[in-house]
Ligand binder design. Structure first.
Ligand code: SF4
Length: 216
C-alpha cells in the first residue's frame, strides 16, 4: 500500500495538485493548521472524513472566519446561503469520493456545492482522503460511488433510495450503464459528476492522503 500511496502522491503532483502523505488521522489537523494561515476564511464540504478527523470543532475553535453550515439553529435557506458564501472563501476543505492511481479526483454531488468549490472559487482547496479512497481508474471510481459511498451516505442521511435498500445503485444492473444513470426522485444524492485532472492553477488544490482509512 505504501508504494501505491507514493505513486498516487507523485501523480497528483504531476497534475499540479500538491500532495501530502500522513501516517494516521491524528496527523491531519497539525498539517491542516500549517496550510491555513490565521484569519483565513474557510468553508467545508459535507464529509464523514472531516467528521472523523474533527475538522469542524478545529475550525470553530481556531482563528478563522468559518462559514459554518452546521451552526446550531440555521434554517435550510440560511445553511444554503452559508454554502454559497463559502464558494468565495480563502480556503475550502473537503474529502473526495475517490482518487485514481493517475492522480485524479472523482466526485459526485447532490447539491453541487462541493464540486463547485473544487472547480473554481476558493483560493485554496484542501482535500483530505483516507487510503480507502484510492482506486485504479475512473471505472473503479464510478463503481466505488455506486456500491459504497452513495449507499452508505443514503443510509447515514436516512434517504429512501434504491441503493439504500439494496446496497448498490439501481444502475448497476442496467445494460450499457452510463455514469449518470441512476434513480429518480427528490432523495437522489448523485447529480453532478466531476473528474479533476491536471490543474492550470498549480497547487491551488492540495491533497492530504492518510495511510489509514477515513470515511466512505
Ligand atoms: S443514483 Fe440513486 S440509487 Fe444510484 S447511487 Fe445515487 S442515490 Fe443511489
Amino acid at each position: 500500500m505504501n508504494n501505491l500511496i507514493t505513486k498516487v502522491a507523485e501523480n497528483l503532483n504531476k497534475n499540479n495538485m500538491e500532495s501530502f502523505v500522513v501516517d494516521k488521522k491524528e496527523d491531519v489537523l497539525p498539517l491542516l493548521k500549517t496550510l491555513l494561515p490565521d484569519g483565513s476564511s474557510v468553508g467545508v464540504g459535507g464529509s464523514v472524513t472531516l467528521d472523523e478527523i474533527g475538522v469542524i470543532p478545529f475550525l470553530r475553535e481556531g482563528d478563522y472566519a468559518f462559514f459554518d453550515r452546521y451552526a446550531e439553529g440555521l434554517t435550510r435557506p440560511e445553511a444554503v446561503e452559508v454554502m454559497r458564501q463559502a464558494l468565495l472563501a480563502d480556503a475550502f476543505i473537503t474529502s473526495s469520493n475517490a482518487v485514481t492511481e493517475k492522480g485524479e479526483l472523482y466526485n459526485v454531488d447532490g447539491n453541487g456545492n462541493r464540486v463547485a468549490a473544487l472547480c473554481f472559487g476558493p483560493k485554496k482547496v484542501i482535500v483530505i482522503v483516507g487510503a480507502n479512497k484510492i482506486v485504479k481508474d475512473l471505472n473503479a471510481a464510478e463503481q466505488r460511488v455506486k456500491t459504497i459511498a452513495a449507499p452508505k451516505n443514503c443510509n447515514r442521511l436516512g434517504l429512501n433510495t434504491p441503493c439504500f435498500k439494496t446496497g448498490e445503485c439501481v444502475s448497476m444492473k442496467m445494460e450499457n450503464r452510463e455514469m449518470c444513470d441512476g434513480c429518480f426522485g427528490d432523495n437522489r444524492i448523485c447529480s453532478t459528476y466531476v473528474l479533476s485532472g491536471y490543474q492550470r492553477v498549480k497547487d491551488r488544490i492540495k491533497v492530504i492522503i492518510c495511510k489509514e482509512n477515513l470515511g466512505y
